[in-house]
Design a protein around this ligand. Sequence first.
Ligand code: MN
Length: 205
Amino acid sequence: MFDKIKLPYEYNELEPHIDAATIETHYGKHLQKYLDTLNGIVKEHEEFFKGKTLSHILSNIDEIPESIRQGVINHGGGVENHNLYFSILSPKAKMSPDGKFLEEINKTFGDLDKLKTQISEAAIGQFGSGYAFLVKDKSGNLLVRNTLNQNSPLSDGFIPLLTIDVWEHAYYLKYKNLRPDYVKNIWNVIDWEKVQGLYEHCDGK
Ligand code: MN
């Protein structure tokens, strides 16, 4: 059985950037539904899931039995992507990374603002439901990626570090059709300390 992260803040603590009703529905209903559906699949195929992490499974989707593969991509990705999304948000977000991570950002993108612009453009430009991600490859190189639906960058060999959920359920209650305003404001609650921790320690296993 898999689990969702414990939300490290109250529903209303990301206001005014993300409203309490959105977090409550998004975390309590949408993520819960992905989790329940995934665990329903696990119950029927315990042998396959035994001892495997979700990130390992999503990194090796060819190993998933064909009859449940798309379900695991959709609902397992739904759990993995949302766990990342909710974990990097914070009411006390650190506004910049530092050290080797910041050097790598500067080297790859020019500076932090240019990286944020690139991620924002990826998020705003994502047609339909999906995500924008900052990822690293196996050599530690940084890239900006989009994924459709609940596909995980892990399935393309990348380790996700930061994500912006641009499914309408992530912003519609407050922002309606104004996805660019949601994307602009979410930077106020994206915690670069968390993102940096993933860059430094996460190997995608
Ligand atoms: Mn979502």
